[in-house]
Design a binder for this molecule. Structure first.
Ligand code: DQQ
Length: 544
């Protein structure tokens, strides 16, 4: 139906049709990127027990060629679904994937698969050896809560390790470590990598080493000398959110300790994205020596609507991730290859947005755009006060103090996917508060006016930006707009918010782009650049 045609994305990863969820097994191999994903070949819903692994290849992470499914639920050890897993490049250069099968009895088990012909540059066909599962369901783990093997890595003792999510004793969410000499026989380590009685089942564990604070290069898994700085990312089922913490991985004991000050409850960790992203997974990109992360952004409209559209779910733009100079948080930034899609550009230098102002950015079509802006804050004195003892819930604050609620320093930011009359718009903005003698920067992506429709999820999303605004006196915002996705990176990628939105005006008219300021003083815009983005070739061709 034409009504929904406008929501399909132009440069986010989507299969040609049907349902997708988690990113699976991303890797760089033989000069190509491979991306797999949870895929239902039979329709636009998650389906009941028949998930496959979709498979696409790319030379640049931007244009993708669709291949046939790599794994289908056709064996006794995965008869009810090929669920999430990860790729590992073996020492001889051959890739392997470990994935979860829902077996014929409905139990979750871990399986291995290899390319049928490792010299096929596209790795089109995958074989699942008959000796699967390589890790059967352990006796103390619930039958439906044992899944999502990570990329495997080797320790100093030469043994492989893999992390697997498991729920023990009804509510204890764990990440178990299995070790192996040969990648085929795996033995569980007595100590879990991570365990939290409070958070419940945690899915899709991702443990990865990070370079020294401030260094942008990525690291592949490599045996270290004892404890080494790593990031642990977990997807918490109870909140459907991804959280991460920086900490220390002991590669002899195979345990992980969050850095001092961090709670063991993963729900208190930093959010990878303060919007709508789940089941993220990273890989080491040997081509560019960086770590790249993908995440799934589900639909937020009713099932009947996406069934009518014939597709559901997008992947975030791949993000380069590295550790900030303070060593406490990740910085995330769209991979530079996305910039090859930039065409028409508008640039503003040294302008300002007055108190109460709404300035249109004219010259770029607003439905597929990339906007980078640096706001300078001349004076912080007018910042609103926050109760010193109040509980600081950023999402709640974004709801109470939306873009139209006048403030002191801010709200200022962008109005994107806006109809010409501003009746529909998504606001992405900052607001500076004073709290306990310190300044706090709140970042919001408010969807409450993103569409005139009432039957879609359109919350205000929010997160704090952990930065020293008193020192920098400026804050940057990058927003990628793509029809039904708005991905925003605040403070150089310290805080990310991804939103799905369904503006109705896109079918009839252009989307507009504005800057606004609802603070008491004017805000300087030292630089704004906005580009129209070309449509990428994503899975339109089928090779294989
Ligand atoms: N999705 C997969 C599971 C994983 C969950 C099934 C996370 O393997 O735990 O589609 O979204």
């Amino acid at each position: 139906t034409p009504r929904h045609g406008g929501f399909r994305t132009a440069y986010h990863f989507q299969p040609a049709k049907n349902w997708q969820n988690d990113p699976n097994g991303p890797m760089y191999h033989g000069g190509k990127y491979h991306f797999f994903y949870q895929y239902n070949p039979h329709g636009a819903t998650w389906g009941t027990g028949n998930l496959s692994w979709g498979h696409s290849v790319s030379a640049d992470l931007v244009s993708w060629t669709a291949l046939h499914t790599a794994l289908d639920p056709d064996s006794p050890f995965d008869a009810n679904g090929c669920w999430s897993g990860s790729a590992t490049i073996l020492p001889d250069g051959r890739p392997a994937v470990l994935y979860t099968g829902i077996d014929a009895a409905g139990n979750q088990v871990q399986n291995v698969a290899f390319p049928k012909n490792a010299s096929d540059p596209l790795l089109r066909e995958w074989v699942k050896p008959g000796y699967n599962p390589v890790i059967p369901l352990p006796g103390d783990v619930e039958h439906d809560s044992f899944r999502d093997p990570s990329t495997a890595w080797r320790g100093r003792d030469g043994l492989w390790r893999v992390a697997v999510a498991a729920k023990l004793d009804a509510s204890v969410g764990s990440t178990l470590i299995y070790r192996s000499k040969d990648f085929l026989r795996w033995e569980r380590n007595a100590a879990p990598l991570y365990e939290s009685p409070a958070a419940g089942m945690v899915e899709c564990p991702d443990l990865f080493p990070v370079a020294e604070p401030g260094h942008q290069n990525g690291l592949d898994y490599a045996p270290s000398n004892g404890a080494a700085r790593h990031v642990l990312k977990l997807s918490v089922m109870a909140t459907l959110q991804d959280y991460y913490v920086v900490g220390w991985y002991d590669d002899a004991a195979d345990t992980f300790a969050p850095a001092a000050g961090a709670d063991n409850d993963s729900r208190t960790w930093r959010r990878l994205d303060y919007g709508h992203v789940y089941a993220s997974k990273s890989f080491f990109d040997a081509r560019k020596n960086r770590r790249v992360l993908w995440g799934w952004a589900n639909e937020s409209d009713p099932e009947a609507d996406y069934v009518a559209r014939g597709w559901s779910g997008v992947q975030t733009v791949p993000r380069k991730v590295w550790l900030d100079r303070d060593g406490k948080q990740l910085l995330q930034w769209p991979i530079e290859e996305i910039e090859t899609l930039r065409k028409k550009r508008v640039q503003l230098l040294g302008t300002k947005v007055n108190a109460g102002g709404v300035n249109e950015i004219i010259g770029v079509a607003g439905s597929q755009a990339d906007v980078e802006v640096v706001f300078e804050i001349p004076a912080l004195e007018g910042a609103e006060n926050l109760e010193p003892n109040g509980l600081l819930d950023p999402q709640k604050l974004c709801g109470e103090k939306g873009a139209s609620v006048p403030g002191g320093v801010g709200p200022f930011g962008l109005l994107v996917l806006a109809s010409g009359d501003l009746h529909e718009h998504t606001s992405v903005f900052f607001r500076v508060f004073k709290h306990d003698g310190k300044y706090k920067v709140l970042m919001c992506a408010d969807l409450t006016r993103s569409t005139t429709r009432v039957d879609v999820y359109k919350p205000p999303y929010g997160g704090f930006v952990d930065m020293d605004i008193q020192k920098t006196r400026s804050i940057s915002l990058r927003t990628l707009i793509d029809h039904s996705v708005v991905e925003s990176f605040g403070g150089g990628g310290r805080t990310c918010i991804t939103a799905r939105t369904y503006p109705m005006h896109v079918e009839m008219s252009n989307s507009h782009l504005y800057m606004f300021n609802n603070g008491t003083g004017s805000v300087k815009v030292s630089k704004l650049e906005a580009w129209e983005l070309a449509t990428a070739t994503v899975n339109v061709a089928h090779d294989g």
